[in-house]
Design a protein around this ligand. Structure first.
Ligand SMILES: [Zn+2]
Length: 344
């Protein structure tokens, strides 16, 4: 098994100014971790830019035009802000956001059962709602890739373990399921309450078309509870949606030590998640594509890149880490029990 990586060196030119946590060194750190696991940077593939059609499957043309015009208007060497909210952009950010969406599409299209892929991209995407970029995100890379995968290959399960709620992805999934789409599921863990303020348990919806499942994590969530939630729910979520493709919003800011987040989850949780995702994909003979979202500690990104590389490229783990058998947090236990009833 070898992990195919999509990476555009131009991503470093998405300039967010000094002291911004979403910075170019993030991708360098993750790539260094992949190299430690034996992947060669020379093997990384450069994605094509997403086409207007692909972007507009999720984002209205008017919003895309606003992003293009705002970036175009910023002189080279300066930074500005998207008018829709808390997203710093620079002259080349529009083009680089098209490349990031293209990387996610390429990852989803290239992944085959037993041959996972990774889009090592920035800017991230999961906060970008159809008509509103926010939270460092311009276009929703995972929603764009999922929309195409759904049409091309059938059922899609979106897995989002970023510290922050993927409000943009959820907004697109809700819209898709209210329309014609079927066989689409979105499952997310995220700290709560935290930015962007959404993702309460009662936003979850499960019906015949698909589901949105939000598991808001108390700030006291530890490594075992985090791992245990996923171990209990991911297999059921996958059985419910019968995915052909599993697309992962892979944000590593859930790890302890992140400068803008605050859960106490240790790095071994990344190994557990990767193992579980690999097993779940295998159970359904599904393709598995990772798309980078958040994660702002360079040390954690390096370690996570190494974990991903080790699990999916170097013959897997020697011993799978095991979690406590039951959830310690009572609120989590109640949510997970109810979610299991919905998914059954
Ligand atoms: Zn995040």
């Amino acid at each position: 098994m070898s992990l195919e990586v999509f990476f555009d060196p131009a991503a470093e030119r998405h300039d967010t100014g000094p002291h911004h946590p979403e910075r170019a060194q993030r991708l360098e750190a993750f790539a260094a971790g992949l190299e430690r696991a034996g992947l060669s940077r020379e093997s990384f593939l450069r994605p094509q830019h997403a086409t207007a059609d692909a972007i507009q499957a999720v984002h209205p043309a008017k919003y895309v035009g606003v992003v293009e015009a705002v970036c175009e208007s910023i002189p080279a060497g300066s930074v500005g802000e998207l008018p829709t909210g808390d997203t710093v952009v620079s002259h080349e950010s529009y083009a680089i956001a098209l490349s990031a969406a293209g990387g996610a599409i390429a990852a989803a299209e290239t992944a085959k059962p037993g041959a996972p892929t990774l889009a090592l991209v920035r800017p991230p995407g999961h906060h970008a709602e159809p008509a509103r970029g926010m939270g460092f995100c311009l276009f929703n890379n995972v929603a764009i890739a999922s929309s195409r995968a759904l049409r091309a290959s059938g059922n899609v399960l979106i897995v989002d373990f970023d510290y922050h709620h993927g409000n943009g992805t959820q907004a697109w999934v809700e819209r898709a399921l209210a329309g014609e789409e079927r066989g689409l599921g979105f499952i997310s863990t995220h700290a709560y309450p935290a930015y962007p303020g959404t993702g309460a348990f009662d936003e979850s919806r499960v019906n015949d078309a698909g589901f949105v499942l939000d598991i808001p994590l108390p700030h006291s969530t530890d490594t075992d509870d985090f791992t245990n939630v996923w171990a209990q729910l991911l297999p059921l979520a996958a059985r419910r949606v019968q995915p052909k493709t599993i697309i992962v919003s892979a944000g590593f800011d859930f790890l302890a030590g992140d400068p803008i987040a605050g859960l106490s989850v240790a790095a071994r949780a990344v190994d557990s998640l990767c193992d579980l995702l690999g097993e779940t994909a295998a159970e359904h003979n599904a393709s598995l594509a990772f798309v980078l979202e958040g994660g702002y500690s360079l040390d954690n990104l390096r370690a996570s890149g190494e974990s991903l590389g080790r699990v999916f490229s170097s013959g897997g783990l020697t011993a799978s880490p095991s979690a406590r058998a039951t959830l310690r947090d009572e609120r989590l236990r109640k949510m997970v029990d109810e979610a299991k009833r919905w998914l059954a």
